[in-house]
Design a binder for this molecule. Structure first.
Ligand code: IVH
Length: 707
């Protein structure tokens, strides 16, 4: 089956409409009909095209809605309902084989309440009261392709994909190329003759990046994501291709085991967790520290929440946790529906991706006049927050991704990172979309925009542009600059509008009595502001230098310059030669500083600020710590890798610098010392291969610097 563009657009709109319905406004018959249609469409995008256009979360919401209608009105259940069918990834390129036990799906949960309900349901099913303990085994929910492996007489005889749950595609030759799957394993030691294991094939995130780097170098098309690369790799006709993708397999379930007399195998302990231990001991890859035996549902909730936070740091893609009743006996008593076991549930992490519509583009003017296009989108839930506005960075970003007004766009937010637009969805266009017209003039002061060669941004060249002035003021008071506590954007905008603050000097001549009278202020906040500003006047000059919004003058250059001058105005006598004698100060930033200090109005401003009490002299804290010639790491380059146990990375780097070292970021022949924390990874291997790098443990490093 395929869908026309018009159909796709209609089904997408319909999905969004159903998802946004706060209360059911449609007749149940109609809603059930629509839900079946859209769910079928999204399954097609997911399983057949491998290119979903809504998030898993949104799909699950649709699925749940349909389930709940069907529960409420059983007469509406139709034999073709997606709730009664296990979706299939069968292709006709391989021979189908029957699984020894059906491969079911999992029910989903999204929060603590859902997990508590799950626990309650297990109790009801098994007539257990609240006081009876239930132990759970919790594991990562791997986001790859599921596989089933059959061993007989200790030999791998067959491997298959999940297929429709009853039958899968036979992919034995491909699976045999995976290093993490033993071709032989001593099941006989446990009296097992024939066994079926379930697991997930997936690719480490960093290996995936490497594969794509190599493909790029070879001029091949790039893979979309680790998941598709793994599932695609299982299904290629060429086992060599499978082997080249660094696919690994984790085992998470024993679905069938038969002893030598043909009876069912029973493990000596009534525990799923112990079975996984046994499988691990037989040489299979199983999750270790990410797997936990939890004594009650509260512990399950804590563990799930912990991994929701840690998700990005895990080397493999996981989209949730799987919570399983640990007792095999209780599992059996709880049973299964046609769709999923009742003794297990997936706890899904908050979705990182969503789709929405681009409504409008606004243009923001930065402190040095850079124009940033910002997409206004229909608000959507993404990883737990509502997103309505997303940076489009610059004009090239828009044209490169062919993003148009009215487009459906796929957005993503990974970890704490701000949301970004992954791509537009041209399949869903209806012809009503229009090109984004980047403005030729500044949206605030109407000056003609300029774009310098080599720069990505268009800029407003008018230094007095209201937007720029205000942005510079906001930067001046910000945390990394003058750090004026409690003086944020909102205050500045208000004072700017009132005409009280037109330039930096005005900040230091505010009338606090007047401020106290202002609506929403009062004496207390005026006093707090006065104290914060008084404190900022005593700042070291590196903060002041950074606060001036000189293009390219970042915190590092500010810190270096502050050590070289007695007074801020000394810089007005510096020429290019004087600047370039300082290491780490390049000609571009030097030119910008010279330009700033040759402008009389800037000098005037600084003089006024000094008269108002702002410190312009180098302070003790501006001067660098003197490094003794015999410090342990003088003239040595150093790099930290792995997770450090007694200090953070920044702290370690600071200590190294105090001991004379220079921090660098990569392993190369220029590296002298590598300090390794836990799980050091590839940097250590590289350093060892070089043979010229001194490798220290964290403890040895601390000893060397005398801590
Ligand atoms: S247990 C009867 N455990 O999630 C046992 N499944 O949505 C059911 N999955 O098809 C599966 N990690 O591919 C289980 N630790 C884990 C899992 C896991 C990933 C996948 C599996 C399954 C899907 C269900």
């Amino acid at each position: 089956m395929t869908y026309s563009d018009i159909e796709q657009r209609r089904l997408f709109e319909l999905s969004k409409e159903i998802l946004n319905m706060s209360s059911e406004t449609m007749a149940p018959e109609e809603l059930a009909f629509d839900l079946r249609e859209v769910i079928q469409y999204h399954e097609w995008r997911y399983y057949i095209l491998n290119d979903p256009i809504i998030s898993d979360y949104e799909y699950d919401q649709l699925f749940k809605k349909l389930e709940s209608i069907e529960n409420q009105y059983p007469s509406l259940i139709s034999p073709d309902s997606p709730t009664h069918r296990i979706s299939s990834d069968l292709t006709n390129q391989f021979s189908p084989v029957a699984h020894l036990a059906p491969m079911l799906s999992l029910g989903n949960s999204y929060n603590a309440d859902d997990l508590i309900d799950f626990d309650g349901q297990i109790r009801r099913l098994n007539k257990m009261d609240d006081a009876s303990p239930i132990v759970y085994a919790v594991e990562p929910k791997f986001d790859g392709g599921s596989i089933a492996l059959v061993y007989e007489d200790d030999v791998l005889i067959r491997a298959a994909t999940r297929g429709n749950g009853v039958q899968g595609d036979e992919i034995t030759p491909n699976i045999k190329t995976l290093q993490t799957i033993p071709l032989r394993a001593k099941f006989s030691k446990y009296g097992i003759k024939k066994v079926e294991l379930r697991g997930e094939a997936l690719i480490r995130k960093d290996f995936f990046s490497k594969i794509n780097e190599q493909r790029l170098a070879k001029g091949l098309s790039l893979f979309a994501n680790p998941r598709n690369t793994a599932t695609g790799g299982l299904r290629t006709k060429d086992p060599q291709d499978t082997a080249s993708r660094s696919i690994e397999a984790f085992i998470y379930h024993l679905s069938y085991a038969e002893t030598f007399d043909g009876s069912r195998y029973r493990h000596n302990k009534d525990s799923h967790f112990d079975i996984i231990d046994m499988i691990g001991a037989l040489g299979f890859k199983v999750p270790n520290e990410q797997r936990k035996r939890c004594e009650n549902i509260q512990q399950v909730i804590e563990f799930c929440n912990y991994w929701q936070e840690q998700r990005e740091s895990y080397p493999y893609e996981i989209d949730g946790m799987v919570v399983k009743v640990d007792s095999l006996e209780l599992q059996e008593k709880s049973g299964s529906t046609s769709h999923h076991p009742r003794w297990a549930i997936a706890f899904k992490f908050k979705a990182k991706q969503a789709t929405t519509t681009l409504i409008d583009v606004e243009y923001q003017v930065g402190k040095i006049g850079s124009i940033t296009p910002v997409a206004k989108v229909e608000p959507v839930q993404l990883a737990g927050v509502t997103v309505s506005s997303i940076s489009l960075h610059n004009q090239d970003f828009i044209t490169g991704k062919d993003i148009r007004l009215g487009d459906k766009v796929l957005i993503e937010r990974a970890g704490d990172v701000i949301p970004y637009i992954v791509k537009s969805l041209p399949d869903l266009r209806n012809g009503g979309e229009s090109e984004i017209q980047f403005p030729a003039t500044c949206p605030v002061c109407a000056t003609l925009l300029i774009r310098k060669g080599g720069e990505a941004a268009w800029r407003c060249p008018n230094y007095q542009c209201d937007a720029q002035v205000l942005q510079r003021l906001i930067h001046h008071v910000s945390k990394d600059a003058m750090n004026i506590d409690g003086f944020g954007k909102a205050y500045l905008e208000r004072f700017y509008e009132l005409g009280w603050v037109k330039n930096m000097a005005d900040i230091y001549r505010l009338n606090y009595d007047q401020i106290a009278q202002l609506e929403g202020f009062g004496q207390k906040s005026a006093d707090n502001l006065e104290a914060a500003i008084a404190k900022a006047k005593q700042n070291p000059i590196r903060r002041l230098l950074y606060s001036l919004s000189i293009h390219h003058l970042g915190k590092r250059v500010a810190t270096i310059l502050a050590t070289e001058i007695e007074h801020v105005l000394d810089l007005k006598d510096w020429d290019l030669d004087r600047f370039t004698t300082i290491k780490d100060v390049g000609p571009v930033v030097a030119e910008n500083i010279i330009e700033y200090f040759s402008d009389q109005s800037n000098i005037q401003l600084l003089v006024e600020m000094e008269d108002l009490g702002v410190n312009m002299h180098q302070l003790e804290s501006d001067r660098p710590k003197v490094i003794q010639a015999d410090a342990p790491f003088v003239n040595k380059s150093i790099l930290f890798t792995g997770s450090l146990q007694t200090m953070g990375r920044k702290e370690a780097q600071r200590l190294a610098e105090e001991a004379g070292a220079r921090n660098i970021s990569a392993v190369s022949s220029k590296l002298d010392v590598l300090v390794v924390g836990e799980n050091p990874g590839s940097k250590l291997k590289k350093a060892e291969a070089l043979g010229t790098v001194k490798v220290l443990t964290e403890q040895e490093f601390l000893t060397e610097i005398g801590k």
